[in-house]
Structures are given as structure tokens and as C-alpha cells.
Design a protein around this ligand. Structure first.
Ligand code: PLP
Length: 544
């Protein structure tokens, strides 16, 4: 490790949520923890000066207005915007991207083209898909080359119909930067250039004038600020030409019964009472962030990221998808047996290590990479070597436990064996129960014939397919999932009602049975939702 003059321990001491050293928070690309000054600013606003900004002449309203407008100035300074009027507060980065897609599309014609990339977060994809469908626009995508955005591939994609290019500055899944400067040089003048800086904002000095972008957006919560606040930057003349997504109070110049005129930016985009506490907290986050040396912080997290890549690359059971020196300090990996990813994420969670599992809101990217899920550890300046060690050691423990499970053999050929359910009930701890469920899941056969969209049970993090058939008044089930644990849990639930009549299913107390096994205490909400939607599906079948 290289030494730097940034002190991560001093940095960490400002974060109350990280006071417990047994916590290893490595999900910073999803959201960052908050320093005390941000929490205090939020609570100070509610403790003393609540008022509705821009809505009154009394001192409380004036103070709220001052809170918002001073933060606007700070934001403008932070990204070197021309002036504070170019900064719009939104609910999130997602809301900012929706404002752009829906507003800009109003002036587009059928056949016009929009260029995005394979790296985009769903927030910078779905709004464009919606407007493309509505207005018959064409979406084109910059491909990847060696795990990075291939900006040179923009050349053949650009045509005289290209109207908008909207690209992430930094991938939330792989952490790589998009070389926006190079890309910008290829774009024709008439083309609107949008930058999604949601990930880049905490890792790179963003200068909108240097980037020469028309619009840029990010969220406060990814840079130690509060949730529920996004920032939309736009060149002033572009913002004033853009129709707002929301209309109502606070954004108008004049209103009559039949029509209204709107204020200029930024207020034309801020209809409704503002989230002043969030803005106050974000001001504190900007002040906090500015105190620390960005280059050294970046060096620190890059060192940790390299270390994590180096250590994880020693496991032959695991594939790394991110590059060791990526901008956002992301460690993106998968077990070769992809169905175990979800179990590893659970195991890490049980050991106080928070990483993200799933598609990271980039499903097309995962399809390109041939993955159904990825694991992502994402590093922030408060992380230290012990967090990386905890991650690596827990991965090693998990993998060695898998070796043991591999050697255990199937006991019963009946997949929905009720005797097995009884054994699970008798398990003394969740760990033991989980192991039994995993073993059960491991021995459920793959059933390609039922892996069909109409048999998919919604609401579960993993795919779960169920085929239900009724013969002689009794129900029989076949199921499959892309995760062993889910196959096992579903087998357990289905074993309760295999061969039952509709009346018996209706009478069965699923909630009691699930509570008795304490299943929901140990399953992440996205998975316990899946369990409940399976139950709901069974109850609905029985009703028909
Ligand atoms: N863009 C990128 C690259 C992201 O990583 C995210 C969130 O993870 C978003 C957009 C959406 O941000 P938010 O959920 O804060 O609206």
C-alpha cells in the first residue's frame, strides 16, 4: 500500500453510523453514510427554523429561502457552473433524468436519434425508452471494449438525426469512467450532451464548463448528503427552453383560469414546497466534502480497490468484472457458480459486511456480460484495509463451506418431501436450517421446460418458476429457481401443500408456518417478498 497524507480513520470518525468497528460498509455506490454535520444540519432545520421557502415574508420563510439559495450557490461552485440559476433541485438524479427525457422529447420528431451506452443505469435508460416509444425515436447504444466504454464507436453511430447523447460519467456496476472529453469532441454542435454524474460526483472533480455538457445530474446521497435530493445542472438558455416535468405552486409567473406563464430556471422546475431540510443537509455535505483532499482520498480508495482485486483474484471460484484501477473504487465480481452469489451476499451480511448483490439497475449490461447477477463491493474514503480483509476472509470461509456442502449427497428422490420439512423445523439454529435448505435446493433438479415468463413468480430477487397442476382435486407442483436457497425455501413451502386440495390450501396458515421457522428474520426484504408472493400465488390458485 502506498502511503498518503489523507487519514481515513480521522475521516471515519465523523460518521456516527460507523462507530462500531464490526461493521464493514462496502455499498457506497448505492449510498454513502452521513457525517455528523449533515445529520445535525438536517435536525437543526427542523428544531428551529422551519418555514416554507419562497412562500412568505416572515423570518422563517426568509430563512428557508436563504438555506435553499445559498446551497444553490455552493452547488454551482462545486461543479464550476456559470451561475446559481443553472442549478435545479429535484427529488433525485432519477427525477432529473426524467425531467430531461420527457422535456427534451417534446421537441423531437419521429426518427430522431438518441445515443446512450451499454453501461447506463436504468435511470438513464428507461425514461428514454418511454419517450422513444411515444414519439418513435431511435435509441442507439455505445458498446463496450475490454470492459470499458468504447467512445470511439460513437463515430459510426452519429448521424444527422442524432439529437441527444446521454452518458454516464462513471459506471455504477464496473466503476470505469467514460472518457467524456474524447466523446464530446466527436459530437456535432446541434447535439444535446447530457452527463449522468451520479457515481462520478464523489470521485472526480466535475467541471461542467470544461465538460461542455448541456445538462448534468447527480444525487446528494452518493456524496455523504441526504436522500431525497437530486441536482440538475443545465446551461441557462437550455433550461429556460425546457418544459418542466411538474407544474403547480412556486414555479409560476402569472396564472389565470385558462392558462399560466412560468418562471425562468431554476424555479420553473421546482414546483411544490421544497425539501428544505434536505437542502440544508446537502449544504453541510458540500462543506464537509470540500475540507478533504480529493486526490489523496481517491488515492486511498484506489489502493484499497487494488488490494481487493489482488486478493479476490486468488480465488479460482470467482471471476472479477471490474478493473483494479477503476474510478469509483468498485470491486465487481461473481462466483463461477452464479446461483451462489445471493448466498455469498447473505453470508457477508451475517458477518457485518454490506455489499450489493443483483443487477445493480443495469440489466442490459449484465446481459452483455452473460451474468444473471453480480456482487459489488464499493469503497469510500472511510473504508480501510480491515474492511477489505473482512470481505476476503468471509469469501474464503464461504467457499470452503461450499466444499463441504458439495460432498453431502441427496437423501430423498421426492423433491417436495414433507419429512424434510419436519427436519428443517427441528434445526437448532438458522445457520443449520439455512444449510438444510441449501442442500434441499441443491438437489432440486433443473427444469428448463418451466423456465418461462408466464410461470415466473414476481417479487423475488432471484428468478422463481412454478408450475401448478390440479388432478382429481389435488394440487401438484414443480418449481425451479436460479438460486439454491430460493429453490430450497420454495420446496419447503410447496411441501406444505403438495397434494392438497384447494380448500386445504386456503385453510393452511402460511404466516404461522413461516413465523415458526423464523424465515423472514433472516431473509432480505427482496427475498422475503418473493416468499410472500409465492404464498399469495398459491392462495390465489386455490381460490380459482
Ligand atoms: N445513475 C447512476 C450511474 C447511478 O448509479 C444511480 C444510482 O445508483 C442513478 C443514476 C440514480 O440515482 P438515484 O437513485 O439517486 O436517483
Amino acid at each position: 500500500m502506498k502511503t498518503t497524507d489523507f487519514d481515513p480513520q480521522a475521516f471515519k470518525s465523523y460518521f456516527p453510523a460507523l462507530a462500531d468497528d464490526s461493521i464493514h460498509y462496502l455499498d457506497n455506490a448505492a449510498t454513502t453514510q452521513k457525517p455528523a454535520s449533515v445529520i445535525e444540519a438536517f435536525s437543526a432545520y427542523y428544531s428551529s427554523t422551519v418555514g416554507n421557502a419562497h412562500r412568505g415574508s416572515h423570518r422563517f420563510s426568509r430563512a428557508a429561502t436563504e438555506t435553499i439559495e445559498s446551497c444553490r450557490h455552493r452547488c454551482a461552485e462545486f461543479i464550476n457552473a456559470e451561475n446559481a440559476n443553472t442549478m435545479v433541485f429535484t427529488q433525485s438524479c432519477t427525477a432529473a433524468l426524467n425531467t430531461l427525457a420527457k422535456g427534451l422529447a417534446e421537441n423531437l420528431q419521429a426518427g430522431d436519434e438518441i445515443i446512450l451506452s451499454l453501461l447506463e443505469h436504468h435511470a438513464n435508460l428507461i425514461p428514454w425508452q418511454e419517450v422513444a416509444e411515444k414519439k418513435q425515436l431511435k435509441l442507439k447504444f455505445l458498446p463496450l471494449k475490454n470492459g470499458q466504454l468504447d467512445w470511439q464507436a460513437a463515430k459510426p453511430l452519429i448521424s444527422d438525426k442524432t439529437r441527444i447523447v446521454s452518458i454516464t460519467a462513471c459506471s455504477n456496476t464496473l466503476g470505469c469512467s467514460s472518457q467524456l472529453g474524447e466523446l464530446k469532441k466527436l459530437l456535432p454542435k446541434h447535439c444535446t450532451f447530457i452527463v449522468d454524474a451520479a457515481q462520478a460526483i464523489a470521485h472526480q472533480q466535475i467541471d461542467v464548463q470544461e465538460l461542455e455538457c448541456d445538462f448534468l445530474c447527480f444525487s446528494a446521497h452518493k456524496m455523504f448528503g441526504p436522500e431525497g435530493l437530486g441536482i440538475l445542472y443545465g446551461k441557462q438558455e437550455r433550461l429556460n427552453d425546457l418544459p418542466p416535468l411538474l407544474s403547480g405552486g412556486g414555479m409560476i409567473q402569472q396564472v389565470s383560469l385558462q392558462n399560466s406563464s412560468y418562471l425562468n430556471a431554476p424555479h420553473r422546475f421546482e414546483a411544490g414546497s421544497p425539501a428544505t431540510a434536505n437542502v440544508a443537509a446537502f449544504s453541510a455535505a458540500l462543506q464537509f466534502f470540500k475540507q478533504w483532499p480529493l486526490t489523496q482520498m481517491q488515492q486511498h480508495i484506489n489502493d484499497l480497490c487494488e488490494q481487493a482485486h489482488h486478493r479476490l483474484s486468488e480465488f479460482s471460484e470467482l471471476t472479477l468484472f471490474s478493473q483494479a484501477n477503476n474510478t469509483a473504487a468498485i470491486v465487481c465480481f461473481s462466483l463461477q457458480q452464479q446461483e451462489l452469489n445471493i448466498e455469498l451476499a447473505d453470508y457477508l451480511d451475517q458477518n457485518g459486511i454490506a455489499i450489493r448483490h443483483g443487477h445493480h439497475c443495469t440489466q442490459p449490461l449484465l446481459q452483455e456480460l452473460g451474468q444473471s447477477s453480480l456482487l459489488r463491493a464499493s469503497i469510500a474514503p472511510y473504508n480501510q484495509l480491515n474492511d477489505i480483509e473482512a470481505l476476503v476472509n468471509a469469501c474464503a470461509e464461504f467457499l470452503s463451506a461450499q466444499e463441504q456442502i458439495k460432498s453431502e449427497t441427496e437423501l430423498s428422490s421426492n423433491e417436495l418431501d414433507s419429512k424434510r420439512a419436519e427436519e428443517i423445523k427441528r434445526a437448532k439454529s438458522w445457520q443449520q436450517r439455512q444449510k438444510q435448505l441449501i442442500l434441499w435446493g441443491k438437489n432440486i433438479s433443473t427444469k428448463k421446460d418451466i423456465q418461462q415468463a408466464h410461470l415466473l413468480i414476481p417479487g423475488c430477487e432471484s428468478a422463481l418458476w412454478l408450475e401448478a397442476k390440479r388432478g382429481d382435486g389435488h394440487w401438484h407442483f414443480r418449481h425451479d429457481s436460479d438460486a439454491r436457497l430460493i429453490r430450497g425455501i420454495s420446496a419447503l413451502i410447496l411441501s406444505w401443500v403438495e397434494g392438497a386440495s384447494s380448500q386445504e390450501i386456503t385453510d393452511f396458515d402460511f404466516t404461522k408456518a413461516i413465523d415458526e421457522l423464523q424465515l423472514k428474520n433472516y431473509l432480505s426484504p427482496s427475498r422475503s417478498n418473493g416468499v410472500y408472493s409465492l404464498v399469495e400465488h398459491l392462495q390465489n390458485l386455490a381460490k380459482d
